[in-house]
Every structure is written in structure tokens, then in C-alpha cells.
Ligand binder design. Structure first.
Ligand code: HEM
Ligand SMILES: Nc1ncnc2c1ncn2[C@@H]1O[C@H](COP(=O)(O)OP(=O)(O)OP(=O)(O)O)[C@@H](O)[C@H]1O
Ligand SMILES: [Mg+2]
Length: 394
């Protein structure tokens, strides 16, 4: 706390040596009454439900609170209002904030203290009680200002600490992702070639089988599982080592129709309707066709996986300023807030068989095309993904 603060507040309130002296004179009257004042204070605040929760029968805390408050009241009448006086008040706000005691509780608390001590002074025989009450009022106002200032510092500390931990979290997460990314890339690389070998060998075996051999369906199943593995490996490599887009003029209508044809065989898509009307007016799109296909596949699979059997996914295309706009709308289960916040993170998934790379690949591809992707979602209502891709190549 600023070392000059006490002096500044004393001067602006008009707290003089005279006030200091008259408070000092009150010491012998107040000191014996401190335990009773603390008792009364404690009794009053523990009636309040919030305080009751904080103090919740913890006798050690109760004891320390009584002691802190007793020392504080005594120091009001010690007659010295110096840096040590300031220092004893500088941590009140931060301590209270740690315990969950709000700043507004200080208004009530101060009022209780004022009532008790002023009653005591009025009912006593001290000379010039009214002048002494004025001095006491000034000092309590000074203390109040110091306590509020100490709360301000407590809040500032809390903000700094939460920012620090946010940055720390982000760093660990980024390091974590980078590690996972490079590990994934090396595993994917190691898996790719043997996988191609296995697939080739199985196909040789299949050729040697009679058309009615009962082992044929087993071989077909093995090959389809190999395909699945191969596409997971491709996803990982694509994510870990993205290729820069090879831009050529493409027909977005044709890409969508081709993707829909390919996906028709996917189990996730079989019971889903797709509503898509190609727009014949659409200008050519400068893009990497294979990458845009990948985006469409990922978005369509997400939409289908979120939908119920028989649901319809709507795809529309059009022009938005100098971009082509693709909108993909589903009536699926939508996303909770936590999923919405994290859906673009690599490896974030809510699915048992997901890798969590779909949307992060989409975003990376779209951004490599200088476009943007946004998602609106409503829990239980569905999800709309909008992708804008600039018409003019860079
Ligand atoms: C005029 C009002 C108040 C003053 C002047 C005051 C003063 C203090 C002081 C000087 C401390 C020690 C701070 C430190 O060591 O950093 C403290 C701690 C504490 N105060 Fe207050 N306080 C006030 C109001 C309240 C109220 C309304 C509550 C309500 C529950 C409360 C509960 C506590 C508790 C639980 C501690 C911590 C005790 C411990 O565990 O050490 N205080 N207070
Ligand atoms: N259309 C959607 N409706 C509801 N939730 C979605 C939708 N699209 C994405 N999500 C949520 O976002 C998460 C991340 O999606 P993302 O495509 O990145 O990974 P994934 O689909 O889980 O796995 P992968 O695509 O790698 O197989 C999903 O697990 C899902 O919870
Ligand atoms: Mg996905």
C-alpha cells in the first residue's frame, strides 16, 4: 500500500494531533470493554447467513477473528497513527477476500463497531464526549478508506493471479498439443507403410480365393478396417504436417456432389437425408480441391453423427461479398457450452471413436485459403457451420 496514503487521507479528513490525543485519552475507557465489544460484534455478524457459512463452527477461525478484531480496536486508541498502523490494515482486504468476506460486509461491520463504541463514550464520564466522538468518527472513516483500499489491492492480486494461471494453462496446453502432434506424426508415419503392405498382401490372398469361398466376407471386413485405419493415419499426418494448398479453379457444386456420392456408403450417412440444390450461377473457386473435399467430409460426418435417423442436413452455397459461402445446417443434438468452446481444439472429442481432429483440420484448411469458418449451435436444436472462401486468389 502506498506509504503516503495514510497521510493523504488524514489531511483530507482533517485528522489532527488534537484528534490523536483525544483518542489516546479514550484508551483506558475502551480497553477493558474490548472483549465485550468483540463478543457483541461476533454475535451480530454470525446472525447473518453469509457470515455463518464462513465461520461455520470453526473455533480456530473464530478465535483468530476475535483476536484480530480485538487488536484492531485497541490500536484505534493507542494514539499513534503511523506506518505501522497502516501496515496492520494493508492485508485486511486480501485476507477477507480469501475467506469470501465481501467488501459490502465492511459497511455493516463498521456501523456495529461505531454504535458500540459511541454508546460506551456517551454513557461514560469522559470530558467533552461530543468532541471525542468527532475524533473517533474521523478515525473510523480513515480506517474504512484504508480497508477499501486493501480490498482494491486484494482484487488486483486476484486478477493478476487468475491471468497468470490462465497464461500458465495455455502454455502447458500448447506444449502438450505440440508434443502430442509430433508423437502422432511419427506413429502415423511408422504405421502407414506396414499398413499398405498388409493391405497388398490381403488383396493377393483374396485373388487366390474361389468366388464362393466362405472366407471372402472376413477378408472384406479386414480390408475395410484397414481403410479406416488408413484414413485415421492420413488425418493425423494432415494435422501434424499440413500441406500448403495447391490452388486451382474449382467448381464447388461439383465438389459437394462428389463428396455426397462418396459418403453415401458411409454407415453414419446411410439413414440421413441431404438437401442440396447446386447453384448454377456460382463462380469458380480458387482452391485445393482435395482439401476442400476433406473439409466437407469432416463437416458432413459431424452433422450426420449428431443427427438422428431420418434427419435432414441442409447444404446451401452462395456468394457473400467477395467470398463463396457454404452453409451446412443440421437438426442434431447441438453442443453444450464446454464443447462449443473447445470444438476446434485438436484432439478434443466427445465421441468414443473420434480423433477430435475433424474441426481443427477444417479450420486450418479454411484459414490456409484465407477464408473463415464459424459455428452456431443450440443444444437440442442443431448446428450451423458457415464457411467463407474468397473468390479471388491471393
Ligand atoms: C470493521 C470491520 C472489520 C475489521 C476492521 C476487520 C479486521 C480484520 C483484521 C485486521 C484481520 C487480520 C488480517 C490479516 O492478518 O491480514 C481480519 C481477519 C479476519 N476477519 Fe475481519 N475485520 C472486519 C470485519 C469482518 C467481518 C464482517 C467478518 C465476517 C465474517 C470478518 C472475518 C474475519 C476472519 C474470518 C478473519 C481471518 C481470521 C484468521 O483466520 O486469521 N471480519 N479482520
Ligand atoms: N454438427 C455438430 N453437432 C454437434 N456437435 C458437434 C458437431 N460438430 C462437432 N461437434 C462436436 O465437436 C467435437 C469436435 O469435433 P471434431 O470434428 O473436431 O472431432 P470429432 O468429430 O469428435 O472426431 P473426428 O472428426 O476426428 O472423427 C465433436 O466431438 C462434437 O462433440
Ligand atoms: Mg468430426
Amino acid at each position: 500500500m502506498d506509504a503516503n496514503l495514510l497521510q493523504i487521507i488524514k489531511t483530507s479528513i482533517g485528522f489532527t494531533e488534537q484528534d490523536a490525543a483525544s483518542l489516546h485519552q479514550l484508551g483506558p475507557l475502551i480497553r477493558p470493554a474490548v472483549p465485550a465489544i468483540v463478543d457483541a460484534f461476533y454475535h451480530r455478524i454470525s446472525r447473518h447467513p453469509d457470515s455463518r457459512e464462513i465461520l461455520a463452527g470453526d473455533h480456530a477461525v473464530e478465535g483468530r477473528l476475535r483476536q484480530s478484531l480485538g487488536l484492531w480496536i485497541n490500536s484505534l486508541f493507542a494514539g499513534t497513527y503511523d506506518q505501522a498502523y497502516l501496515a496492520r490494515r494493508a492485508t485486511i482486504g486480501a485476507t477477507h477476500l480469501c475467506l469470501g468476506i465481501p467488501q459490502h460486509a465492511m459497511f455493516v461491520a463498521m456501523e456495529i463497531i461505531w454504535q458500540h463504541i459511541s454508546d460506551l463514550i456517551r454513557s461514560s464520564q469522559v470530558p467533552q464526549p461530543e468532541a471525542k466522538l468527532v475524533s473517533l468518527h474521523k478515525l473510523l472513516t480513515i480506517d474504512f478508506a484504508l480497508i477499501l483500499e486493501s480490498y482494491k489491492q486484494g482484487y488486483a492480486d486476484q486478477v493478476r493471479e487468475s491471468e497468470r494461471s490462465l497464461v500458465r494453462d495455455k502454455l502447458t496446453r500448447a506444449e502438450h498439443l505440440a508434443e502430442i502432434g509430433s508423437l502422432a506424426a511419427s506413429i502415423a508415419h511408422e504405421v502407414k507403410n506396414p499398413l499398405a503392405g498388409i493391405s497388398g498382401a490381403i488383396q493377393v490372398i483374396r485373388k487366390g480365393l474361389q468366388p464362393d469361398d466362405p472366407r471372402r466376407p472376413i477378408i472384406a471386413e479386414v480390408l475395410s478396417q484397414i481403410d479406416r485405419l488408413d484414413s485415421a493415419v492420413k488425418d493425423l499426418l494432415l494435422y501434424a504436417r499440413p500441406n500448403p494448398p495447391r490452388i486451382l479453379k474449382c467448381d464447388l457444386n461439383a465438389i459437394i456432389e462428389r463428396v455426397l456420392k462418396v459418403l453415401r456408403a458411409e454407415p453414419d450417412m446411410r439413414s440421413i437425408q441431404v438437401d442440396f440444390q447446386p447453384d448454377p450461377q456460382l463462380p469458380p473457386l480458387p482452391a485445393d480441391e482435395a482439401q476442400i473435399e476433406q473439409v466437407l467430409i469432416n463437416l458432413l460426418l459431424n452433422a450426420a453423427q449428431a443427427s438422428d435417423d431420418g434427419d435432414t442436413i441442409h447444404i446451401s452455397v452462395g456468394i457473400n461479398n467477395s467470398s463463396l459461402r457454404l452453409i451446412l445446417r443440421d437438426h442434431g443434438h447441438g453442443m453444450e457450452d464446454l464443447v462449443r468452446e473447445r470444438m476446434f481444439e485438436p484432439f478434443f472429442t466427445t465421441k468414443a471413436k473420434g480423433t477430435g481432429l475433424g474441426l481443427s483440420i477444417c479450420r486450418r484448411v479454411v484459414e490456409a485459403h484465407r477464408g473463415c469458418i464459424s459455428v452456431e449451435t443450440q443444444l437440442g436444436e442443431g448446428t450451423t457451420v458457415t464457411v467463407d472462401l474468397p473468390i479471388n486468389a491471393a
